[in-house]
Design a binder for this molecule. Sequence first.
Ligand SMILES: Nc1nc2c(c(=O)[nH]1)N[C@H]1C(S)=C(S)[C@@H](COP(=O)(O)OP(=O)(O)OC[C@H]3O[C@@H](n4cnc5c(=O)[nH]c(N)nc54)[C@H](O)[C@@H]3O)O[C@H]1N2
Ligand SMILES: Nc1nc2c(c(=O)[nH]1)N[C@H]1C(S)=C(S)[C@@H](COP(=O)(O)OP(=O)(O)OC[C@H]3O[C@@H](n4cnc5c(=O)[nH]c(N)nc54)[C@H](O)[C@@H]3O)O[C@H]1N2
Ligand code: SF4
Ligand SMILES: [Mo]
Length: 878
Amino acid sequence: MSVCTTCPYCGVGCGINTDGERLSGDNAHPANAGRLCVKGSSVLETLGDQDRLLEPEIQGRTVSWEKALGEVADRFRRVIDQHGPDAVAFYVSGQLLTEDYYVANKLMKGYIGSANIDTNSRLCMSSAVVAHKRAFGEDVVPGCYDDLELADLVILTGSNTAWAHPIVYQRIAAAKAERPAMKVVVIDPRRTATCDLADLHLAINPGQDVTLFNALLGWLADNNGLDDDYIRDHTEGLEQALAQAGQGHRHAGKLAAQLGLSRQDLDSFFHWFRDTPRTVTVFSQGINQSRNGSDQGNAIINAHLATGRVGKPGASPFSITGQPNAMGGREVGGLANQLAVHLDIENPDHRQAVQTFWQSPTLADHAGLNAVDLFRAVESGQVKAVWIMATNPVDSLPEADRVRHALMACDTVVVSDCVASGDTLACADIKLPALGWGEKSGMVTNSERCMSRQRAFVPAPGLARPDWWIITQVARRMGFARGFEYQHEQEIFAEYAALTAEAVRFGKRLDLTAAAGLSADQYERWLPARWPLQGADRCFADGRFSTASGRARFVPCAPPPSVETRAEFPLLLNSGRIRDQWHTMTRTGRAGRLFAHLSEPFAALHPNDIQRFRLCDGGFVRLTSRVGDALVRVRADAGQQPGTAFMPMHWTDQFSRRARVDALVPARLDPHSGQPAFKHTPVNVSDWQPRWHGWLFTAVTPPAVEYWARVPVDAFVQAGQVQRYRLAGDADLTQQQLQEWLPDAAQWLHLDDPGQGHFRRAAMDSHGRLLAWLAIGPDLPNCDVEWLADCFAMDASPPPLALLAGQPADAGPDLGAVVCSCFQVREKTIEAAIEEGADSAEAIGRCCQAGTNCGSCVPELKALLARGETAMLASTAE
Ligand SMILES: Nc1nc2c(c(=O)[nH]1)N[C@H]1C(S)=C(S)[C@@H](COP(=O)(O)OP(=O)(O)OC[C@H]3O[C@@H](n4cnc5c(=O)[nH]c(N)nc54)[C@H](O)[C@@H]3O)O[C@H]1N2
Ligand SMILES: Nc1nc2c(c(=O)[nH]1)N[C@H]1C(S)=C(S)[C@@H](COP(=O)(O)OP(=O)(O)OC[C@H]3O[C@@H](n4cnc5c(=O)[nH]c(N)nc54)[C@H](O)[C@@H]3O)O[C@H]1N2
Ligand code: SF4
Ligand SMILES: [Mo]
């Protein structure tokens, strides 16, 4: 049976149709109209029981649910009785469903009586939340995706849309293809795949967005760019914002130097902004994850208010959410400084309203600890019991090693997760198996306030249960039976929808009251719908805002704090996403295909910096910061600004020896939102030259060598799924050590030259089936890793010589890296298509299929085309 559900990955929130065997984009979903990116279209490959947490565990022992739930409730109850409600905490996630989130918040704020519940959205959206609340009086994204197609100017700032929100990017690209006059500006210190679409790329100096948008505001005021009627009728505070913005725009040369931009580009940007009423400014983590992320958001919103471009067709500021239910979590009050349904914890009337509705025994009356402070309080012993759900703070919080130590020393760490092993799970005293995507059912809200259903289509594995069930069962055992009597997630949703009547009563836009009485059947048949459910597609179009005065507020934005570069940390490290991986890889890390694009952790640097720091492209680099270190591969990237480096956020201790970027990132927070500045970490780099390199295919635990990074292979042996390891080390290797890395086997092939440091091994079972394979040498041993991976799925091994050589006897040419993950099309095949005359991404697609499914690699196809053109020009010039 086929179901309509919603993609578990990014905040675009695409609709999916699937029966568990096949999967396609939902043509009827307003977010994607049938399209899917590579992550969405490969999601079925990430399902399955492999490495799933299937039963509850206490201190590593499997226990019944009854025992586990009782133990969690007892431990929390005991701490609260002895030390008060603020001695416990929940740390939750934008990957929970709305119903899970709602009951977690209700339990902590309304029944335990503390606001110590915070969410990974603190790391993601909290600066945007502050910006919205300061400007609009409520955390509301005014626009919708249609605006991106209606706009004549789309500004993408701090957003690598092509990789992080691919379907939004494709919608913009399609609109621009149809209306070439539409302009796109990308503001990002790096040249990213997103810049492929840009008419103008402003490679701004890191952290300077307030300077840019303040200058824009001042310039608009000086150059007849303000919408005076709108400002007079619908806003307040322009004078102060202008005074704070200053006169920087009048000193074009100095301004351009400060921003690292040309005067001409700045001039174009200012003119385009002024002269294009239909302008949308999309912003994401390059804005939010800064020491002044809230001000950066407000500086953008100020420019939109000054031109009257909020909530109008094709004209809005647009903070785009990251996680599938980041928005849902904000609605129900997942942040420690919110109550529920957009109401405020500090406001006694709001508190009264919520407590009356919940009929709860108590209600938190002050904000709780934000994510970073929460783990600091765990460290200091102020918080004695913490429950972590659907997030991996040992990898994703700044000062990640410190978070790990704090959890290791904490008496009670409860972790609800779907997978069996992870860096946070390793710190857990109690592990609770949660249902994952495809197994659970509930509601999510995407970036444009559209609520859609996630629906189950596969049975629950083992004893795993939905998060809302786990939370409410603990609540009941803590003595809160009345308040948590739900039998089905629909009852929770209906209650949440009913609670929004209080939001409406206090003048908020969050209105789901039309769904308050919804039946189980209506919930089952729910079609994607934007809130306010009975309102227009856009909010604030009428110029009335959720502030006390009904006017939007300009927020004066101070110039950015200066970056503390010190001689010992001469580079600024940026971090973020790559195209085919999701966060800490617990999902995408199961599909070998998704490693074809980028298979190892890396730091990207400008070629000049690679020279300057005596590194080597493709070699290894050790990064150090004030708080930690990492060891990854070097990648030359001319799109990187000199003086900066970029590391992906994805690799954890489960996938590499020491590549967690957040071990390097100090906890420097935005003072208003508490959001960490993940994008700008001062670091130093040094070259590491291992004495040996190697490849290892095995299903047993990784060897303890200086560097390893693994990729899952699509093959299973008795010990489990085969993994491909890239290894490198300093210490001498003995034959015995090598043998320890390999499983017991019936048959062996050896080829050793210890004098030269060459070792090759193949282990087979009694039927001749390959179990493990190893090659070590002073340089990286030559072999065809794809072919070797295939050998594990064969009934009998290939001839011994080929197997030891690690490549088929009739090896074809090396076709280079995979560019198109969907059809596994490689670089050389695409280059051949270009040489044969393919002159556009579409033409390449016709030749070799690349880019014709999800389209995520189209920017790379275009880069190869541009490279081809340059090569052609060079050869003509000769
Ligand atoms: N493939 C993939 N997609 C994802 C995710 C994933 O893990 N993988 N995660 C999802 C989540 S939770 C989120 S929050 C979103 C994030 O989506 P994005 O915010 O688009 O992704 P990031 O790569 O974190 O950062 C965006 C860009 O900000 C730039 N930047 C850094 N410093 C500055 C600066 O000072 N100014 C400006 N203007 N830009 C700067 C970076 O160079 C980077 O290209 O992605 C979502 N989508
Ligand atoms: N340096 C740096 N650090 C960053 C960022 C950055 O750009 N740079 N970005 C930040 C941002 S924006 C974000 S959103 C975070 C993301 O960081 P995290 O939230 O830590 O990353 P995930 O891998 O998404 O963790 C989700 C966990 O929940 C589990 N899970 C999945 N579904 C369910 C479910 O239904 N129930 C339960 N109980 N568990 C489930 C998964 O197995 C996984 O262990 O990282 C932040 N950290
Ligand atoms: S853009 Fe891709 S990852 Fe994001 S929701 Fe759509 S299919 Fe999923
Ligand atoms: Mo995020």
